[in-house]
Design a protein around this ligand. Structure first.
Ligand SMILES: [Zn+2]
Length: 102
C-alpha cells in the first residue's frame, strides 16, 4: 500500500495515512467526507419526508381524538373512520386506474 498524504482543510498540516487530522481532528479523507455528507443528506431527506407525511386532515383528526369532550371524541372518531375509508377507496381507485392504464 502506498503512502497517502492528506492536507487538512482547517489547519493546513499534511497528514500521512490518516483519515482524521493529527492536529485538529478534522476528517481529511475526502472520500469518507463525501460519504458522510451523502449520509447526512439522506438522513435530512428522510426527516423532511417524515415530517411531511401526515396530511392536514389526518393531523386534525389525530388531535381531535384526544378532545376532553366524549361526544366530540365520538363524532370525530365517526368522521375519522369515514376519512380512513375514503383514503382506502382513493388508493384502491388509484391502483385500478394504474392497472388499467398500464
Ligand atoms: Zn487540522
Amino acid at each position: 500500500m502506498s503512502d497517502v498524504y492528506r492536507k487538512c482543510p482547517e489547519c493546513g498540516i499534511m497528514n500521512l495515512n490518516r483519515d482524521y487530522c493529527e492536529q485538529c481532528g478534522v476528517l481529511v479523507n475526502t472520500n469518507m467526507r463525501r460519504q458522510k455528507e451523502r449520509q447526512q443528506r439522506i438522513k435530512k431527506k428522510k426527516a423532511v419526508a417524515a415530517a411531511k407525511k401526515p396530511n392536514r386532515i389526518t393531523l386534525f383528526f389525530e388531535k381531535a381524538k384526544t378532545h376532553p369532550n366524549p361526544i366530540i371524541r365520538f363524532v370525530v372518531l365517526f368522521f375519522y373512520s369515514i376519512w380512513i375509508v375514503v383514503l382506502a377507496i382513493g388508493s384502491f381507485l388509484a391502483l385500478i386506474i394504474g392497472y388499467i392504464t398500464a
